[in-house]
Design a protein. Structure first.
Length: 101
């Protein structure tokens, strides 16, 4: 990831609760990928894929503990992996009493 000069152009609204200018795109890669897939739009996801690559994104998304139901299916389609292989899907099935919101 020596492409720091070529950082993704992500929407600041995705990172409303952190200092956007101080984000370290290498150290916080997992956090950034998770947040983009949770709250970003299609262009944000494209920028994220361009910068991090599909292998890292797949690795992060398969181990995320929570994604909203619709975003889980979007992530599944983007990385071409069945939803039952996602950790968040398995955790949701193990705790059926939890609210899907």
């Amino acid at each position: 990831m020596s492409l720091l000069n070529n950082k993704p152009k992500l929407n600041k609204r995705i990172f409303w609760d952190v200092n956007f200018e101080a984000l370290d795109y290498v150290v916080k890669a997992g956090f950034i990928i998770e947040r983009v897939f949770e709250r970003g739009d299609v262009e944000d996801i494209r920028q994220c894929r361009r910068f991090y690559g599909d292998e890292l994104i797949k690795s992060v998304l398969l181990n995320v503990r929570h994604l909203p139901e619709q975003r889980l299916h979007l992530a599944s389609a983007v990385i071409d992996t069945p939803v039952n292989q996602f950790k968040c899907y398995t955790l949701r099935r193990l705790n059926p009493g939890l609210s899907p919101y």
